[in-house]
Design a protein around this ligand. Structure first.
Ligand code: ADP
Length: 449
């Protein structure tokens, strides 16, 4: 086992990883940008090293600086968290070439699954259903039109390097396809330096259901069941829960088995997520693999009792998985909400500033993953999430009741947060009945003005 790990991230996930290291008796080295100097989570680490200015490209994305810091501090492994360098296969390769273990999948699997069109090829090889579409990149408008007319409008133009809901455009006819193509390309080129796109049938009001996977370096891969992340705004998840409501058990079992097949086909190990869309007839279609730990991993931890981060560290050190598939069960119901420093009254614009009051809720079956405390200044430079609030209860109805109570208890002053919107969501009859899809928020609750 490692005795020192460098955590190449910030905020709540940095704290989450630092804690997992300590739970395993491992020292944690934190790195930070100048914007995060003095941030509260750094106090939890055994040492903290400044790696550059606020701009991520020069700090949290600065590969040579991070590897040099690991070498200097004697860290034997790097945990990348999510975002930043977590899905960068060149970073993983350079870590391993420097004799530092990258806590994540093998480089080959990252490359095979790293972009959406390639990962669909792997899915098809593993006999996992994919959304009908161009099955490869589209180069010209003519080609795009041909595919669109073949699968039928509406279609979705998708950037193969896309992420975080960026690089996607819905097209409903030939004219909007032309504009959608150039818009998706331009957005992806700017955000990911890769403007390649492909087409998919735009599914009608699907649900988003994803399967958590964990594998070791000895060929064992298991699933930790599913999470439902259908409540989204602008393709960004707001609420996640497990089990997925109203999903027939046979479909759940099939999807979980499909995800494991795909991981084996790709030669995958460590933690990962296989994302699917489920249509109204409960047909499921693979959309992408997230080759890292996700924001919503605690939902799975609550229902299965498996500590995903500790397992990631153990398998990265070469240990065998401590669970067989039959050992893993879904117990009770867990829900997570993402609390962001955003102003819902002003189109969710980021709300940086100093937190004056921070009074989180508590009680049995309540978990808060957050790096924030009173006096903390939320910097404007990074992701706006300030806390994940989770509840775990025997039934979904109880989980909703406790979540409502927690949202009432949660007091944050000094910055705007998404708590008011979350309160409305948990009073929504359709959501209570489990009848929502990925378009629900914008279609019903908050139509764009
Ligand atoms: P990203 O990597 O940017 O998160 P995904 O491919 O995971 O993009 O898709 C994000 C969301 O976009 C999905 O959860 C779903 O809401 C929507 N979406 C993606 N593909 C389709 C599709 N073919 N039809 C309908 N909605 C889709």
């Amino acid at each position: 086992m490692f005795n020192r790990i460098l955590v190449a991230n910030r905020g709540e996930i940095a704290l989450r990883v630092i804690r997992a290291c300590h739970d395993l008796g491992i020292e944690a080295v934190a790195v930070y940008s100048e914007a995060d100097r003095g941030a509260p989570w750094l106090d939890f680490a055994d040492q903290a090293v400044c790696i550059g200015p606020a701009v991520s490209a020069q700090s949290y994305l600065n590969i040579p600086r991070i590897i040099a810091t690991a070498e200097k501090t004697g860290a034997q492994a790097i945990h990348p968290g999510y975002g930043f360098l977590s899905e960068n296969s060149k970073f993983a390769e350079q870590c391993r070439d420097s004799g530092i273990e990258f806590i994540g999948p093998p480089v080959g699997a990252m490359d095979r699954l790293g972009n959406k069109d390639k990962s669909k090829t792997v899915a098809r090889a593993a006999k996992v259903p994919t959304v009908p579409g161009s099955d490869g990149l589209v180069e010209t408008e003519e080609q795009a039109k041909k595919f669109a007319n073949m699968v039928g409008y509406p279609v979705l133009v998708k950037a193969s390097a896309g992420g975080g809901g960026r690089g996607m455009r819905v097209a409903r006819d030939d004219a909007s396809l032309a504009t959608g193509l150039s818009a998706a390309r331009a957005e992806a080129e700017a955000a990911f330096k890769d403007g390649s796109v492909f087409l998919e049938k735009y599914l009608d009001r699907p649900r988003h259901v994803e399967v958590q996977l964990i594998g070791d370096q000895h060929g064992n891969v298991i699933h930790l069941f599913e999470r439902d992340c259908s409540l989204q705004r602008r393709h960004q998840k707001l609420v996640e829960e497990s089990p997925s409501p109203n999903l027939p058990d046979s479909v759940r079992q099939e999807m979980c088995a499909a995800a494991v097949r795909l991981a084996k086909e790709a030669g995958y190990y460590n933690a990962g997520t296989c994302e699917f869309l489920v249509d109204q007839q409960n047909n499921y279609y693979f959309i992408e693999v997230n080759a890292r730990v996700q924001v919503e991993h605690p939902v799975t931890e609550l229902v299965t009792g498996v500590d995903v981060i500790r397992e990631q560290i153990r398998v990265a050190a070469g240990e065998k998985l401590r669970y067989e598939q039959k050992d893993v069960q879904q117990r009770g119901h867990a829900i997570e909400v993402r609390i962001n420093a955003e102003d819902p009254a002003h189109d969710f614009r980021p709300s940086a500033g100093t937190v004056k009051t921070w009074r989180p809720p508590g009680g049995p079956g309540v978990r808060i993953d957050s790096h924030v405390c009173a006096g903390y200044r939320v910097p404007p430079n990074y992701d706006s999430m300030v806390a994940k609030l989770l509840v775990h209860q025997p039934t979904r109805a109880e989980a909703f009741a406790v979540m409502r109570r927690c949202l009432r208890e949660f007091v944050v002053e000094g910055i705007h947060t998404t708590i008011p919107i979350l309160k409305t969501i948990f009073d929504n009859e359709d959501f209570i009945a489990g009848n929502v899809d990925t378009t629900y928020i914008e279609r019903v609750m908050m139509p764009p003005k």
